[in-house]
Design a binder for this molecule. Structure first.
Ligand SMILES: CC(C)(COP(=O)(O)OP(=O)(O)OC[C@H]1O[C@@H](n2cnc3c(N)ncnc32)[C@H](O)[C@@H]1OP(=O)(O)O)[C@@H](O)C(=O)NCCC(=O)NCCS
Length: 149
């Protein structure tokens, strides 16, 4: 198995949409991702390529207060360390960019992702009530990088 993490391009959008729908039952949508890739200087999207096919991605906006926009690994490749590899990369990018903190939203029921984020120093900040379509709350988690400026 050959894998790498590389910058996402417009040509990857349809693969990523397919993967998002499999992972979440929903997608950020072509237009949002296209606009981010093309016009948003704060957006950084990386795809996980395994044997030359896209099997995951992580998107983030890097600013003083950065955010993970979306993140998944295809089900057949989970539990192999790829999620951790992508999250580590995102955290490194934030460190290099000297951001103050990195936040994200996660479903309260998503124990796997919550474990991963906890392992990487994210802590609970607050809840967004009934944030998801099914009425589930989102937990906002934050990793602080301290006063790095
Ligand atoms: C969350 C996700 C990206 C993790 O990716 P992954 O490649 O499976 O994760 P890894 O193999 O790198 O595992 C890293 C850590 O995640 C947690 N984890 C992974 N699989 C787990 C499981 N089955 N049960 C509990 N924790 C688990 C553990 O903390 C693990 O660290 P450890 O191996 O030291 O215990 C993946 O499960 C996924 O795509 N889920 C669906 C989409 C999603 O929930 N995205 C996040 C939205 S906020």
């Amino acid at each position: 198995m050959k894998y790498n993490l590389r910058e996402m391009t417009v040509e990857d959008i349809n693969d990523v949409i397919e993967g998002e729908i499999k992972a979440f039952g929903t997608t950020l949508g072509y237009d949002l991702i296209y606009t981010d890739l093309t016009f948003n200087p704060y957006a950084h999207y990386m795809v996980l390529e395994i044997d030359k096919l896209v099997h995951g991605y992580i998107g983030l906006w890097i600013n003083d207060n950065s955010e993970i926009i979306n993140f998944y690994v295809d089900e057949e490749y989970r539990g192999l360390g790829f999620g951790e590899m992508m999250l580590d990369f995102a955290i490194k990018l934030c460190e290099l960019s000297k951001v103050y903190n990195l936040s994200l939203e996660v479903r309260e029921s998503n124990a796997v992702a919550r474990n991963l984020y906890k392992k990487h120093g994210f802590v609970f900040s607050h809840k967004r009530e009934r944030y998801y379509d099914n009425g589930e709350d989102a937990l906002v988690l934050i990793k602080s990088f301290g006063d790095v400026k």
